[in-house]
Design a protein around this ligand. Structure first.
Ligand SMILES: [Zn+2]
Length: 277
């Protein structure tokens, strides 16, 4: 599923290609992505407006248009969003189409339809992201300090892997990057969050920002469906050290351990049984 680096890549690509474009009309006819009454509201609100800003909080893409409206786009498991020429056939599983005055259109594709589109007033954006979407601090951009992060950890006894996936604390980390972060920190994924030492808490926050920034620089990770905002594959999959590498050798110099897979809260976790104690 697309995580922070993937959504940030889509955001940057769309910012380059469609910022300032005028919207002629929006087609939103998939009730799983957006209920019909909400879709009607969005069609009215976006018609004739220009795309003024592309932002992101955690894994949510925020597209703000003139007229005081913003669209929150969640990508679920298989969402993709990119512009294409208007004379090309719509790709399969297109759920949403933004037709632009310059003849192009932005398509939102989603094979499994776990994505979600919401229309909010731009003036209420921060409240919507916080209260409705329940997003905590953006994992890459927030200025959350190590002390504040340690205080958050101290309040939670869940395994650190599950803590990292909980978007109400740090927003943006998903299953792939959680495994990668904990491997670099040499922390066992089942360690209770409140059992981390202060230096480990500092390390997790620092490494989180490093890993996410590296993944953004590589334009995200394509394991299955993810595509950039230019409909290309990401490049970070070749830098993954444990995710998807069950049975492989730990890449930490001198470790020699084996990467194992366990299931936590229904999701796969990959870690080195030797150097992550
Ligand atoms: Zn190891």
């Amino acid at each position: 599923m697309p995580e922070l680096p993937e959504i940030e890549t889509v955001r940057r690509d769309l910012e380059k290609s469609v910022l300032g474009a005028r919207i002629v009309r929006v087609k939103a006819d998939d009730p799983l992505i957006m209920p019909p009454s909400e879709a009607r509201r969005m069609k009215r609100a976006l018609k004739g407006q220009t795309i003024d800003d592309l932002d992101r909080c955690g894994k949510v893409l925020v597209i703000s248009v003139s007229g005081g409206w913003s669209v929150l786009q969640r990508f679920g498991m298989t969402g993709q969003m990119y512009p294409q020429p208007g004379d090309e056939p719509l790709p399969p599983c297109t759920r949403l189409v933004w037709e632009l005055e310059d003849g192009r259109r932005i398509v939102y594709r989603d094979a499994r339809r776990f994505g979600e589109t919401r229309l909010v007033k731009t003036a209420e954006l921060q409240r919507a992201l916080g209260e409705d979407c329940r997003l905590g601090h953006d994992a890459l951009l927030s200025d959350l300090s190590a002390e504040e992060f340690a205080a958050l950890l101290a309040d939670h006894a869940v395994p650190i892997k599950n803590f990292l996936l909980d978007q109400t604390h740090l927003a943006g980390i998903g299953n792939i990057y959680a495994s990668e972060i904990l491997h670099r920190c040499r922390i066992h994924p089942e360690t209770p969050a409140n059992a981390l030492l202060p230096r480990q808490a500092r390390e997790v926050l620092r490494v989180t920002r490093t890993v996410l920034a590296e993944a953004v620089a590589a334009q995200g990770t394509t394991i299955s469906d993810y595509r950039t905002g230019e409909n290309l594959s990401g490049g970070y999959q070749k830098f993954l050290r444990v995710y998807g590498r069950e049975g492989g050798k730990c890449q930490r110099r001198g470790c020699g351990g084996e990467v194992v897979r366990i299931v936590q809260a229904g999701r796969s976790t990959f870690f080195c049984a030797k150097c992550q104690k």
